[in-house]
Ligand binder design. Sequence first.
Ligand SMILES: CC(C)(COP(=O)(O)OP(=O)(O)OC[C@H]1O[C@@H](n2cnc3c(N)ncnc32)[C@H](O)[C@@H]1OP(=O)(O)O)[C@@H](O)C(=O)NCCC(=O)NCCS
Length: 257
Amino acid sequence: MTEESEFMTSPRFRVVTGVEHPDLHGLSREIIPPAWPEFMLHDPVGQGLDDCYSKLPQYQLALVDDAADGAVVAMANSIPILWQGDIDDLPDDGWDWALTRGLEDLAAGRKPNLLCALQIVVPRQFKGMKVSPETVWAMRENGRKHGLPQMVAPVRPNLKSSYPLTPIDNYVKWTTAEGMPFDPWMRVHARLGARIVKPCHHAMRIEGTIAEWESWTGLRFPESGQFVIPGALNPIEVDVKANLAVYIEPNVWMHHG
Ligand SMILES: CC(C)(COP(=O)(O)OP(=O)(O)OC[C@H]1O[C@@H](n2cnc3c(N)ncnc32)[C@H](O)[C@@H]1OP(=O)(O)O)[C@@H](O)C(=O)NCCC(=O)NCCS
């Protein structure tokens, strides 16, 4: 039996959306920040997630384990967008684009035709228990329920943080002996049937002053140049004279058709 059909016959967790949960947004503020390196919480576009909870609660999910006193074992955010082009032409500024575009579509009253996955977080105590494939599946099923059978994801290839000097175009081609993507998070999507579309090189842009980056990372940046940061997929670019450091995060578009 495939992972997918196992979930369909015996879901381990109850899926709750922001429509049913009394305060999914409040819960997300407790669960999500500790899961990320601090700098990842400073993408200005990311503030739009607040709007997702208030304006699109039906696409924000929690997976609840009733056998563990109703513990929340995962949270997930997604956003519907209108995409009239080819999936292969999705833009290079993946995550930032999707969140911005989805909120613009909503404000303009445009009817969406594609679900875009934005984030999945598994709290530390539930990591490594294969909760994440079930969460991707739940997000996709939720989209289907709302008339969006296709899902794309600007996937963050987590293990690339161990290979920050490798270009993303090379990294996405790395495979395991079984021919699956080398990256574990890309592999989760691939096992559920998603195909790699292409890298999106400018998925997120995070910038800050030198002092901000020093407080986010606990490192010192006494001179200009490139620096490797724990948890970052690429080096950051530091410009001491301009008092500015910039991180451009590469992701990978994947398509669940
Ligand atoms: C990414 C995340 C959702 C994965 O959930 P998880 O419960 O830890 O992972 P799972 O137990 O479901 O395993 C998924 C795969 O990742 C692999 N994996 C898990 N932890 C890993 C680690 N630290 N290093 C490398 N691979 C790892 C597993 O082996 C598995 O791959 P496999 O089945 O091919 O062996 C979770 O670690 C998380 O919340 N991370 C922080 C936020 C994030 O990066 N979200 C994803 C991008 S939006």
